[in-house]
Design a protein around this ligand. Structure first.
Ligand SMILES: C[S@@+](CC[C@H](N)C(=O)[O-])C[C@H]1O[C@@H](n2cnc3c(N)ncnc32)[C@H](O)[C@@H]1O
Length: 330
């Protein structure tokens, strides 16, 4: 833990995020389809590329979510009355400012916790928020939210947030358990504000993941560079094509990397030797799209109920305020 005044960073990644990357990658590549865990997109280069993606004309998600949040932040804060904000997968920590401003306006901003797998992003965001919100104690926790929330600790009077449609990167079967773990961070009446990318026209969805400038393709290939850097692999990222398509049956965008030619790849840190034929694919991300009904179907038994639902006029993106309700755990 590093600590300076009211700002601190707690690194739980030794216990969680970095626990056994090799074993995780080996298991994912042995799956059907072979895949790589999408959390490995976010090294420093991947995080910078993601920031670029959020500014692309095709990527409506960030702009839309921010405009909805701007409109409803005061209403959300009034409903929860929280003194502490916990943002999961905080990245640049930009959107959270809209909620922090609303909490400050309401006169009860005391604490803020940012939780992310990328330490550098986290450090920068924590320092910037510590500077701009001197009335709050700002903490950063480096960790993997698919494993748990070690380092966040218990506490009531909280609102947790997960923006960017990031919940869509979880497999739908894992969502109820994830929501139940978030509920454990909360006390009765606390809230979890989740940004949801909504089911919509396939062409709009596919354009958002196949931008004309090719930034998403660079982001996608970067995961191979992360395998090279962290597991000593010898992937040639330029030997793979970026593929992104909407799977209507599963209601998810799927990103893949397709081998351009026959190739062998060694991944010593995972104990894997891959033999790829031309056209072989590795899945790198799913991004599930929800409706109000399909999100609500995930809630029974989690300890959370739907409190508020705010979508933009065109129904592209929504913010769902889930409320901790012990009755909802049965
Ligand atoms: C899609 S980006 C969203 C970033 C930001 N919240 C936004 O809305 O623009 C996902 C963020 O979650 C972080 N992340 C991805 N997988 C994670 C994991 N398993 N545990 C913790 N953070 C994770 C990434 O580093 C990145 O900052």
């Amino acid at each position: 833990m590093t600590c300076q005044g009211k700002v601190s960073i707690n690194d739980t990644s030794g216990a969680e995020a970095g626990a056994d990357m090799g074993a995780e990658v080996r298991a994912a590549l042995a799956g059907d389809p072979p895949s790589l865990p999408c959390k490995y997109f976010y090294d420093d280069r991947g995080s910078r590329l993601f920031q670029e993606i959020t500014r692309l004309p095709e990527y409506y998600q960030t702009r839309t979510e921010e405009s909805v949040l701007e409109r409803v932040a005061d209403e959300v804060v009034a409903a929860v009355g929280a003194r502490e904000l916990v943002e999961l997968g905080s990245g640049s920590g930009r959107k959270i400012r809209l909620l922090l401003d609303a909490m400050a306006r309401a006169g009860h901003l005391e604490r803020c916790v940012l939780f992310d797998i990328n330490e550098r992003d986290l450090e920068q965001s924590v320092r910037a928020l510590g500077r701009d919100y001197p009335q709050a104690r700002v903490r950063g926790v480096v960790g993997d939210f698919t494993q748990g929330f070690a380092g966040v600790g218990p506490g009531g009077g909280r609102i947790a947030a997960l923006f960017g449609g990031t919940i869509g990167n979880l497999h739908p079967r894992d969502v109820p358990a994830f929501l139940a773990r978030v509920a454990d961070l909360l006390e009765e009446g606390d809230g979890f504000l989740v940004g949801i990318d909504l089911v919509k026209d396939k062409r709009v969805l596919e354009a958002a993941y196949n931008d004309a400038a090719g930034v998403t393709a660079r982001f996608n290939r970067n995961i191979l560079q992360v395998m090279n850097d962290r597991l000593g692999a010898d992937f040639d990222p330029s030997a793979f094509d970026h593929v992104a398509f909407y799977d209507e049956q599963n209601a998810w965008i799927e990103m893949r990397l397709r081998a351009r030619r026959a190739q062998g790849v060694r991944i010593p840190g995972a104990g894997v030797d891959l033999r790829l034929a031309p056209g072989d694919e590795i899945r790198t991300e799913i991004s599930c799209k929800y409706s109000r009904a399909s999100l609500e179907a995930k809630l029974p038994g989690t300890g959370l109920r739907l409190g508020q639902w705010h979508a933009d006029q065109a129904n592209r993106f929504a913010l769902a305020l889930l409320v901790r309700d012990p009755e909802a755990r049965r």
